[in-house]
Design a protein around this ligand. Structure first.
Ligand SMILES: Nc1ncnc2c1ncn2[C@@H]1O[C@H](COP(=O)(O)OP(=O)(O)OP(=O)(O)O)[C@@H](O)[C@H]1O
Ligand SMILES: [Mg+2]
Length: 485
């Protein structure tokens, strides 16, 4: 009975509103309507003198979460005086610690210079009621900030700036750095084109084996870059820097990238170009990359045939026909991959230093290669790849770092012999490190050095044999040429 009464009341209220609305539309010409609406607005706001600002998690066409939303989330986390009834826990630092955030649909009171502010974390529920285990795009989160109209200037001015600064500082403090990879099998419900894992590589400049002067130069360069925001603005250049690391396999190029990331406290975006469909997708990936990051393209010479895709493809087919031999499957797959990716050299150049490269700041771009000479000049010219760093075979200084890392010895009698041998041979730091590493619990330093000396001797022997063979074949050629006259 009571239910029926309620429905009758709702029905009559709705009918009255519709009636008033119809009269309003019929009797008031549209020129007057807006003034009347404004008048009612003023009237209502005098009854309710509060202003509410909302901060959605995702805004308009922007890809990625809104910076303001993230800053507020971090700011609220840092406010110990704010005590929501319900909190949401999120594991960070590879589940080593928990971050607590205000749960959805909670309200808290905050103060700023004596002004009271009301925060609410809101979530709109999906309009369609389909059952799904995945988060749907209809689920929208936002923060709302409410304050009295008389505090408008202080809140919209200094308070908003204060939140952004505080929020960013908290983010830097709590941040678990991440290693990202581009995600070619992205499902439609994934907002991001990148997937990530915690970045926990232990490499650092102290343990990186290389010439100490060269290492210090790189460190200085990185420090200058990190503190160079104003400088880059002054000279009108995007705040980014390119490094080309080149050298034989096992000389520490990837280790150098990890050391750089740890030194700068940056995230790493490992960009696999062969998985990027085309230039448009490359741009989309780029604009999703956060600031304070290193974009890495390993083995750039193998990533794409940037120097002329068609030419090389044709050549491979011709080679197949000529030799009558079919390509090995992995090689064929590699060629297929390159065929699938339509990223062009100009697309890549655009990302490095075209107009798109200025989206975001404080980014390092690092290319690695084993064959610098095969790279297109335009790709690695100064300004794009600002510093070319050669990672070379193990010299004596690099060896000393490795000896300290692996055996904890600063000096040994065998050093002189090893020094002499390292100057005569070419052994990568990876091989030196492998020989220095004790092979069983308690293996003595002298045994490790003996193993290294043995390995160096065999490398030297191989080198001598190769030289003898080369001379012999050269002499043979010379004899043949002489015989031909
Ligand atoms: N300069 C170095 N300092 C310290 N360790 C090194 C150095 N170079 C190589 N190593 C050791 O050798 C391993 C292989 O090195 P790394 O992967 O960095 O070589 P790379 O130059 O990237 O090789 P590739 O060209 O094959 O990718 C590393 O895990 C590290 O342990
Ligand atoms: Mg590598």
């Amino acid at each position: 009975m009571a239910m029926m009464k309620l429905w009758t009341q709702i029905g009559s209220i709705t009918a009255t509103i519709m009636f008033i609305w119809a009269i309003f539309q019929h009797y008031f010409p549209y020129q007057f309507r807006s003034s009347i609406i404004r008048f009612f607005d003023k009237f209502l706001s005098s009854l309710y003198p509060y202003i509410t600002v909302t901060f959605p998690e995702y805004t308009g066409e922007l890809i990625g979460r809104s910076e303001a939303f993230i800053a507020i989330q971090n700011y609220l986390r840092s406010r110990t005086s704010i005590r929501p009834n319900r909190l949401r826990a999120e594991a960070v630092q590879d589940a080593k610690s928990l971050l607590l955030t205000m749960d959805d649909n909670q309200e808290v009171v905050d103060k700023f210079h004596g002004v009271t502010i009301w925060w609410a974390s809101c979530k709109t529920t999906p309009t369609n009621h389909t059952i799904s285990i995945r988060p749907t795009f209809d689920e929208k989160r936002f923060y709302s900030l409410t304050f009295h109209r008389r505090n408008r200037d202080i809140i919209l001015g200094s308070f908003i700036n204060h939140i952004m600064e505080q929020g960013k500082a908290v983010e830097v403090r709590n941040r678990q750095r991440k290693l990202y990879m581009n995600n070619p099998d992205k499902e439609w419900w994934h907002r991001s084109n990148w997937i990530h894992v915690p970045f926990e590589h232990p490499a650092n400049f102290r343990t990186l084996a290389m010439d100490s002067k060269k290492k210090q130069e790189i460190i200085n360069d990185l420090v200058k870059f990190k503190n160079g925001k104003e400088y880059y603005e002054k000279v009108g250049k995007a705040w980014k820097r390119g490094y080309l690391l080149y050298g034989p396999p096992g000389t520490g190029k990837s280790t150098m990238i990890a050391s750089m990331a740890n030194f700068m406290e940056y995230d790493v975006y490992d960009l696999e170009l062969t998985c990027v469909k085309d230039n448009t997708e490359l741009k989309k990936l780029l604009i999703e990359i956060s600031n304070k990051s290193i974009i890495v393209v390993e083995d750039i010479d193998c990533s794409l045939d940037l120097t002329g895709q068609r030419k090389k493809k044709k050549k491979t087919e011709e080679e197949e026909e000529e030799t009558g031999e079919k390509m090995k499957e992995p090689v064929k797959k590699d060629v297929e991959d390159k065929k699938q990716s339509k990223v062009t050299l100009s697309g890549l150049l655009n990302v490095i230093d075209g107009i798109w490269s200025a989206c975001g700041g404080e980014r390092l771009i690092v290319f690695t290669t084993n064959h610098k000479e095969e790279l297109e000049e335009a790709l690695i010219r100064r300004g794009r790849m600002d510093r070319h760093i050669e990672m070379s075979y193990c010299g004596f200084e690099a060896f000393r770092v490795l000896a300290t890392n692996y055996l904890d010895v600063a000096w040994d009698d065998s050093y002189d012999k090893i020094k002499e041998m390292l100057e005569e041979t070419e052994m990568t730091p990876a091989d030196v490190a492998e020989n220095l590493m004790p092979k069983y619990e308690g293996e003595k330093t002298e045994e490790c050095f003996k193993r290294l000396i043995g390995a160096l001797e065999s490398v030297k022997e191989e080198r001598v044999n190769r030289m003898i063979e080369a001379i012999a074949s050269g002499e043979e050629e010379l004899e043949k040429a002489k015989a031909k006259g």
